[in-house]
Design a protein around this ligand. Structure first.
Ligand code: NAD
Ligand code: UDP
Length: 318
């Protein structure tokens, strides 16, 4: 199959492209590199079944010929990134999603949208099932991301109903792994980078807020099962094992053997207090559940960060 992946040079997009090419597909990766990098695609750029288009998806998708699948992942995803790119984030969720849907409609391709656990906002139901409608502040700082994704879900669903486009929606919960940008500002990349550099670990708020961390290979497997499955309503994809952020800090310090201390910083506005996916739908309908425990996934992530950061700084005076 020939498929198009938007956001191909990002963390998840590049892993998805690797997997699609390994599975024998021809892949056109599109990315404007606002938060992604060509280095993430280094292994694919010379591959005969991979083509890269440096392009902003909000300006159209100049892809000719047959297309069997469109995976729309383009969007800043880390809170510091979308806070720095608020209008771009709204544009890629709205105009960008319409453009990607138009390509699927034009070519008869199946369309998959990368939504997020953020559609649940600061959740009122815990853990979060797909039936939950969410609790989002429409004018808070995170709204540029949350509401863009909620609008996009509505657009995808309306396009399926109005024009019969064959659509899928995955709601991705915090996912981590090799190739995360070292300075992308998300908690795993911050903590691992800080621990390896021997810098203080920045714990926001009390650290009692929770997240559930999914390793990237598990997530990509889930995305492909949703794509190849029959369910058109949203599917939660994430690891249901919930951790406090303070526990995560302790685990990263232990696994890196770091001497870093923990420093408290203010909790960002509207930071969700809890987050844990209810994955009963994915288990039942797709036979999917995560296989990589946090400790194992973090070891692999730490190895990748260590290789990219180079040798650890030697303690002063030695
Ligand atoms: P990322 O920032 O690494 O990747 C996003 C990619 O999209 C980047 O390469 C960026 O340059 C590209 N992009 C942004 N705007 C674009 C535009 N207008 N045109 C073309 N390319 C554009 O983030 P990620 O973690 O890989 O996230 C990928 C997708 O998955 C996003 O849609 C994100 O909302 C979703 N998601 C990720 C997570 C997670 O934990 N990683 C959780 C929930 C949802
Ligand atoms: N966080 C933290 N220190 C950091 C970065 C993040 O304590 O250096 C916290 C953040 O406040 C949130 C959680 O870790 O409660 C997850 O943040 P992240 O930005 O990774 O993703 P979110 O789930 O909030 O989108």
């Amino acid at each position: 199959m020939r498929v198009v992946v938007t956001g191909a040079a990002g963390f998840l997009g590049s892993h998805l492209c690797d997997r699609l090419v390994a599975d024998g597909h021809e892949v056109v990766g599109v990315d404007n590199l606002c938060t992604g990098s060509r280095e993430n695609l280094a292994a694919l750029l010379e591959h005969p079944r991979f083509r890269f288009l440096a392009h902003d998806v909000t300006l159209g998708l100049p892809v000719e010929g047959e297309v069997g699948g469109v995976f729309h992942l383009a969007s800043p995803a880390s809170p510091p990134d979308y806070l720095a790119l608020p209008l771009e984030t709204l544009a890629v969720g709205s105009t960008g999603t319409r453009v990607a849907l138009d390509l699927a409609r034009r070519t008869g391709a199946r369309f998959l949208f990368a939504s997020t656990s953020e559609v649940y906002g600061d959740p009122l139901v815990h853990p979060q099932p797909e039936t939950s409608w969410g609790n989002v502040n429409p004018i808070g700082p995170r709204s540029v991301y949350d509401e863009a994704k909620r609008f996009a879900e509505a657009l995808v669903t309306a396009t399926r109903r109005a024009h019969g486009v064959d659509t899928r929606i995955v709601r991705i919960f915090n996912t981590y792994g090799p190739r995360m940008r070292i300075h992308d500002g998300r908690v795993v990349s911050n903590f691992v980078g800080q621990a390896l550099r021997g810098e203080p670990i920045t714990l926001y708020g009390s650290g009692s807020q929770t997240r559930s961390f999914c390793y990237v290979s598990d997530l990509i497997e889930g995305v492909l099962r949703v794509f190849h499955g029959t369910r058109t309503d949203p599917v939660n994809l994430g690891n249901p094992t919930e951790w406090t952020i303070e526990q995560l800090a302790g685990l990263v310090i232990r696994l890196t053997g770091s001497g870093s201390t923990v420093v408290r910083q203010p909790l960002p506005e509207d930071d969700p207090k809890v987050r844990q996916p209810d994955i009963a739908v994915a288990r039942r309908e797709l036979g999917w559940e995560p296989a990589v425990p946090l400790e194992e996934g973090l070891r692999r992530t730490i190895d990748d960060f260590r290789a990219r950061l180079g040798p650890a700084p030697s303690p002063a005076g030695r």
